[in-house]
Each structure stands twice: as C-alpha cells, then as structure tokens.
Design a protein around this ligand. Structure first.
Ligand SMILES: Nc1ncnc2c1ncn2[C@@H]1O[C@H](COP(=O)(O)OP(=O)(O)OP(=O)(O)O)[C@@H](O)[C@H]1O
Ligand SMILES: [Mg+2]
Length: 299
C-alpha cells in the first residue's frame, strides 16, 4: 500500500527526515510516535504529496506519482485548516465541491458524513465556535468527503478531551473495518496501543517499529511499580541496581535488570526511611516505558 525507500527531507541545516525505509500494508492502522521535532509531520506531509522529498522514493497504491492518486488520499493536518467564519455544513460543502460532488449528491454525502462524525446537530454552527474536539471531528469529516482509500491524520486528537478522543478512535476503527488504511501520528500512548503497528521516530529516523506487543516484548529490562505517597523517592532510593525511575502520577516505574536484588535493596531503603505504607511489585512494561527508554537512549 505504502512503500518508503531511503526517504530524506532536508530543511536548510535541519534533516527532518533522515533515511526512512518503511512498508505499510493495506488495511493497517499504522501509528507514528516520537518527541516534538522527531519528523512525524514532515514525513506525513511527504506521503500526502504536499512536500516533495529531498531524496528517496515514495510509492502509494503502487505508484510514485502521488498527484495521480490525490483523490484516494485523505489528510487531517496537525493544525486546524478549515474556515472559522463558515459553518460546519458550509465547510463540508466546499470540500465536497472541490472533489467534484454537486447538488443532491453533495448534500447526501455531507449529511452521511456529518452524521457519522456526530456533527449533524451542529451543522449550522460556525467552525470558530466549535469545541476543540468538535473541530477535529470537522477536520475528520472534511478528510472523508472523497472516501479516501488511505487516510493520513497528524496528531488528530492532541488537546482533545479523553471522551472525545475515544469517540474519535471508534470512528477510525469503523473506517478501518470498512477497508480504509489509516496512518496516524499521536503523542498519546493509549492511542499508540490501538494501532496495529507503530514506529517510534527520533531525529528523523525510525528507531523502533512493530506491533505494540512486539515492542513491549523486546523491552530489555524489568519494571517494578512502586506505589507510595512520597515525593522524594528519586533521592531516597538512589541505588545502583536501579537504571531509571519514571513517575506516573502517584506511581513510580523503577527500571531494573535484576528484580530480586533490586526489590531487596529498595525495601531496605524504604524501611530505613521509615516508609511503611507502600506497594512494590513487578509489572509488565508499558508502551510508555518502551518509549521513555528509546527517547533516553537518544539513538
Ligand atoms: N518548513 C520547515 N522549514 C524548516 N524547518 C522545518 C520545517 N518543517 C519542519 N522543520 C523542522 O524539521 C524538524 C521536524 O519537524 P516536524 O514538524 O516534522 O516534527 P514533528 O515530529 O511533527 O513534531 P511535533 O510533535 O512537534 O509536531 C524540526 O526540527 C522542525 O523544526
Ligand atoms: Mg508534528
């Protein structure tokens, strides 16, 4: 469906995308994750044909001539790009007309898509007056107006509340079930978990790629979860047997090589500090653990 070969994008001194090779299969939900500036947007914009690569090849639906298959690709950009001073319906009509729908056919399609994205009750509201989540649903609706085969979404749910995010992903799943290939970037690990495969990007490169299950299975360390009401845990259990400590709310993930040795050492430290009310147990690594490690390695 999508093949990227030795893909490079150079902006002056910045190499935003640095030699990417990747294959995305038909029917996949493929996710890109990675820190700010990793190159996700640049990569997605090249795949949609908006940006041309400095070097390398892109094949989508078997052709390198992306201009020929524009009608089969949909794109939701990272920043809202519709008309704020037009209503939901007016925005959708414009997009539909751009793709060649007219008259009754356009009305039927617009109604169908707005009802799919739950925006029909708001069709007469100005886009500027929509909530963040609704704006993203409008962007999604716009991207769907020409029934694309491949749908690119760049951080479509950033800043959107958890309920709307879930609803948004249910829509993506329904579209995928109907056969749409979906390529999405996200800063949220719970969303990364929903993708069939994910690629972790760093400095323009893919440093790890696989199913969420594979990425977690390849994690080279053990994770101990410590639940405790204490903010000084990092200083308190500064032990050699602990490679890293990451806070997740009231819980800490302690990254260790040897669970037994580390557990003993941690218990001793906590006892010495007279901290009795805690829970310490080994847990399976989460995607967040995987990505924290990849980002720290700074590969
Ligand atoms: N048009 C441009 N001109 C110059 N530099 C650019 C341009 N677009 C992106 N860059 C640079 O390329 C790098 C990758 O940016 P990109 O927007 O692709 O990252 P990203 O992974 O999408 O980040 P974010 O998570 O913040 O959206 C950054 O260093 C950015 O400053
Ligand atoms: Mg981006």
């Amino acid at each position: 469906m999508i093949v990227l070969q030795e893909l490079i994008k150079q902006f002056g001194p910045v190499r935003a995308v640095d030699g990417i090779n990747l294959e995305i299969k038909e029917g996949e939900i493929f996710g890109f994750v990675g820190p700010d500036g990793a190159g996700k947007t640049t990569l997605i914009r090249m795949m949609t044909g908006i940006l041309s690569p400095t070097a390398g090849n892109i094949f989508i639906l078997s052709t390198p001539r992306l201009e020929l298959i524009k009608g089969q690709m949909g794109y939701v950009p990272q920043r809202f790009s519709l008309y704020g001073d037009l209503t939901v319906m007016e925005n959708i009509r414009i997009i539909g007309a751009l793709y060649g729908s007219t008259g009754q056919q356009l009305e039927t399609l617009a109604t169908e898509i707005l009802s799919f994205t739950n925006l029909l009750p708001f069709k007469d509201r100005l886009a500027d007056n929509l909530s963040g989540g609704m704006k993203q649903k409008l962007a999604l609706s716009a991207g769907l107006m020409h029934k694309p085969k491949v749908f690119f979404l760049d951080e479509p749910t950033t800043g959107v509340d958890p309920v709307s995010r879930r609803e948004f992903w249910q829509m993506l799943y329904r579209l995928n079930k109907e056969g749409m290939t979906i390529v999405v970037s996200t800063p949220y690990m719970d969303e990364a978990e929903l993708c069939h495969r994910i690629a972790f990007m760093h400095n323009g490169k893919i440093v790890s790629c696989g199913t969420p299950r594979e990425l977690k299975a390849n994690y080279p360390y053990h994770v101990l979860e410590l639940s405790v009401h204490n903010r000084n845990i990092k200083q308190l259990i500064d032990l050699k047997s602990i490679l890293d400590i990451n806070a997740f709310g009231e819980k800490y993930h302690l990254i260790v090589e040897d669970c037994m040795t580390a557990t003993e050492a941690i218990k001793e430290k906590l006892n010495k500090a007279a901290i009795g009310n805690y829970q310490l147990r080994e847990i399976a690594p989460t995607l967040e653990d995987v990505f924290v490690l990849l980002a720290h390695e700074g590969v």
